[in-house]
Write a protein that binds this ligand. Structure first.
Ligand code: 3H9
Length: 696
């Protein structure tokens, strides 16, 4: 028998167990193993029914993503068909995940049961493909095209209780071992004269308008991509075509997508994200300290968001502020944010109550002394933060993780306020902290590996993507983004308009343009930071247009005007002739030559400046590898995932072209475009940017 699939028998029930750790992806030998086991069960006269189950932590997480794009041969016999045409009933017994090809095989089975914690889904769209194992044809027949369309186009993981309601599952297994329950279920159905087969079902009644409605709904999100459209098409085909023909067309559309640029980029992003969370500076197996209770210092917007993140993950958290009014305001803000989610229908009232019950407001350091982790989120000023850390050092129990949510300050300076700098690290959450998934884990000079491993484990628990980085101004994410922010203003000096730059970036794939984002966040914070940096470093390039805008009182959406004009109560940005006039006036005063830009130049000017800075960051060892930068851009700045990440995208243009362009801009614009030495070396050797690493 195959090493990755086992066959055993319990009375009249044959049990097919997939055993391919860690998540039973359909890797080499798994499909063949399932087919062999199935044939064995069919041939064995003592076997009357079968169970398909996964060993370890999951049922089957889908096809092996590593195998895509490597010229796999199309199998002559498909497991989902073989399972369905078996003359003996087959019961899929699901725990952990039944995703993609995993769910498709389960849909081929005659019955499906699951434990309540299981999740099922067809997430192929998220890696740029479509369910190519019959999923787009069987699921609409089983649960109706509307529900199937929603699942396939969103790719979301559906919790087992919902899957039961939808009709994907036949039964939930509670209070019993899954395997025992599956054997009992199989014995119940083994005498059924007719086996239910999803492919033989009629498509349920549906509104034919659902397909156009879905196309409209995804139009913005699916810009520049093919997979979401092909997914819709496949479900539409299921509704108008016999099953066999539908399968043929599903296959053809799948093959069209498998090697598309978007699928390659999304596969890269899938693995980059996982790789980025394994820092080369934290050896594998480094133990993480247990965290059962958390504390946050500072009840401002960030502190509140971090406390909510803890509560969302079921972690009890105390939020501490010495100022009773700030504390009350903070708790009110938390309550309102949750209430808004309830009003939108995205959060259950009971869940809100449970989360609020996990957040306890307190006024003293003594009240948080027992916490396993404390995250400081007070005013961004090093003296204030050092005072907090001095107090934490005095009160917190030994072994507590002492974290600062600074976005730019020197972690070593903060750590030096304590007697235990090895326990201090940065935990830079992005705003809003309860929404954004990136967490920069900032490594101070003396931060211990155990503390870094613990913060990474905490990040995972909080459903964040934790990436370790070095302690430099702006850390990795914001530092690599800073030249982009400068360049977008300089483009205005040269003749571009905010709406043109935003249009180019939205067309590239960002959900919003950078000027509109600036208006949303408020322009005063950037202004203050700029003035501080200019005072400290006279070589910094001034940005007179951005300054003039803020000095004219245009602070963004909150003042009804920023780079755009806003109508009261409406967030739509309207291009403003006053801004165009201000830009022209200042550009005229500075004597910069005015010219036309096309979208490609805008995109490259902004992003290449960041690629160049990222090379410096990697060379200095502040980020270990390009995958870390790419992951930060995906989760911190909404970089379009189907373009892989900043460095991956630059490779699609080519390292030599990127270098050539940057070198030309260096000639034209001067020092700020000086090519990073690492970039030059990569270009000379033709090494892709995505392979950039700090030891090169
Ligand atoms: C498909 O099925 C196509 C079909 O329609 C038919 C085609 C004909 N392949 O994420 P984790 C690895 S497309 C290869 O850290 P978690 C992962 O890289 C597929 N490897 O754990 C990691 O390895 P490492 C549709 C995979 O508990 C390890 O397993 N399915 C695959 O946080 C642990 O993963 C999907 O898109 C895979 N399919 O999350 C599901 N899955 O330790 C993709 C995982 O070396 N997977 N690995 O870094 C997931 O969404 C998550 O992994 C899952 C578990 C939710 C399952």
């Amino acid at each position: 028998m195959s090493e990755v699939v086992h066959f055993s028998r319990q009375g009249p029930v044959g049990i097919i167990t997939v055993d391919y750790p860690p998540v039973n992806a359909l890797g080499p030998g798994v499909r063949e193993g399932i087919l062999d086991a199935l044939d064995r069960g069919i041939a064995d006269s003592e076997v009357r029914a079968m169970v398909l189950i996964g060993a370890g932590r999951s049922f089957i997480a889908g096809a092996d993503i590593r195998g895509f794009g490597k010229g796999r041969r199309s199998p002559t016999r498909r497991t989902h068909d073989a399972l369905e045409t078996s003359p003996k009933p087959v019961v899929a017994a699901i725990h952990g995940y039944a995703l993609g090809g995993g769910l498709e095989n389960a849909l081929g089975c005659h019955y499906r049961i699951a434990v309540p914690s299981a999740r099922v889904g067809l997430p192929e769209v998220l890696i740029g493909i479509l369910p190519g194992g019959g999923g787009t044809q069987r699921l609409p027949r089983l649960i109706g095209p509307e529900a199937a369309l929603e699942m396939i186009v969103s790719g979301r993981h559906v919790p087992a209780p919902e899957a039961l309601k939808l009709g994907i599952l036949d039964e939930l297994v509670e209070g019993a071992e899954l395997r025992d329950a599956a054997v009992a279920f199989a014995m119940r159905v083994m005498h059924e004269p007719v086996l239910p087969r999803a492919s033989e079902r009629e498509i349920p009644e549906h509104d034919p308008g659902i397909f156009e409605a879905m196309r409209k709904k995804v139009a913005r999100r699916a810009r520049n991509q093919k997979a979401p459209w092909h997914c819709i098409r496949c479900v539409e085909i299921a509704c108008s075509t016999p099953f066999e023909e539908g399968i043929r067309q599903e296959r053809a559309l799948f093959e069209e997508l498998e090697n598309s640029e978007e699928a390659k980029a999304l596969r890269y992003a899938f693995f980059a994200e996982r790789e980025a969370q394994r820092s080369p500076v934290v050896p594998r197996g480094t133990p993480a300290r247990p965290v059962e209770a958390a504390a946050v210092v500072g009840a401002g917007t960030m502190g509140g968001g971090i406390a909510m993140t803890c509560a969302d993950a079921g972690l009890p958290v105390k939020i501490m502020d010495k100022d009773p009014e700030a504390l009350a305001r903070g708790m009110e803000r938390i309550g309102k944010t949750y209430a808004a989610s309830v009003a939108r229908g995205s959060l259950d009232e009971a869940v809100m109550a449970a989360r609020l019950a996990l957040i306890e407001p307190v006024k003293t350091y003594d009240a948080i002394a027992d916490a396993d982790v404390v995250i400081e989120a007070v005013f961004e000023e090093v003296g204030v933060k050092r005072d907090v850390f001095r107090a934490l050092d005095r009160t917190m129990k030994q072994g507590a993780l002492l974290l600062s949510n600074t976005s730019a300050l020197d972690i070593d300076e903060i750590a030096a306020a304590t007697e235990r700098p090895e326990d201090v690290a940065g935990a830079h959450f992005f705003s809003p902290a309860n929404v954004m998934k990136l967490l920069e884990v900032v490594r101070g000079e003396r931060t211990s590996q155990e503390v870094l491993a613990s913060v990474q484990a905490l990040a995972k628990r909080l459903a964040k993507v934790g990436v370790v980085c070095g302690n430099c101004d702006g850390f990795v994410a914001n530092r690599s983004r800073a030249p982009f922010n400068t360049e977008m203003i300089i483009l205005l000096e040269e003749g571009a308009l905010p709406e043109q730059v935003d249009g180019a970036m939205v067309e590239f794939g960002y959900p919003m343009g950078p000027f509109a984002v600036g208006d949303l966040a408020g322009l005063d914070i950037g202004y203050a930071g700029r003035k501080r940096r200019e005072a400290a470093d006279p070589t910094i390039r001034p940005l007179p247009i951005a300054d003039a805008l803020v000095e004219a009182g245009r602070l963004g959406m909150k003042t009804g005007a920023g780079w755009y004009r806003y109508e009261p109560g409406d967030r739509t940005p309207h291009p403003d002739p006053e801004v165009a006039a201000l830009i022209r006036r200042i550009a005229g005063e500075s004597g910069v030559e005015q010219r036309e830009f096309d979208d490609e130049e805008i995109v490259q000017r902004l992003l290449f400046s960041s690629v160049n800075e990222a090379c410096r960051i990697i060379e200095e060892g502040m980020a270990g590898r390009a995958v870390e930068v790419d992951t930060m851009w995906l989760y911190g700045f909404g970089f379009p995932r189907y373009r892989g990440g900043l460095m991956y995208w630059a490779d699609t243009i080519g390292v030599r072209s990127v270098y050539g362009r940057i070198a030309a801009w260096h000639q034209r614009y001067g020092e700020r475009w000086a090519p990073a030495p690492l970039l030059r070396r990569l270009a000379e050797s033709g090494t892709p940017l995505k392979e950039a690493a700090s030891d090169m």
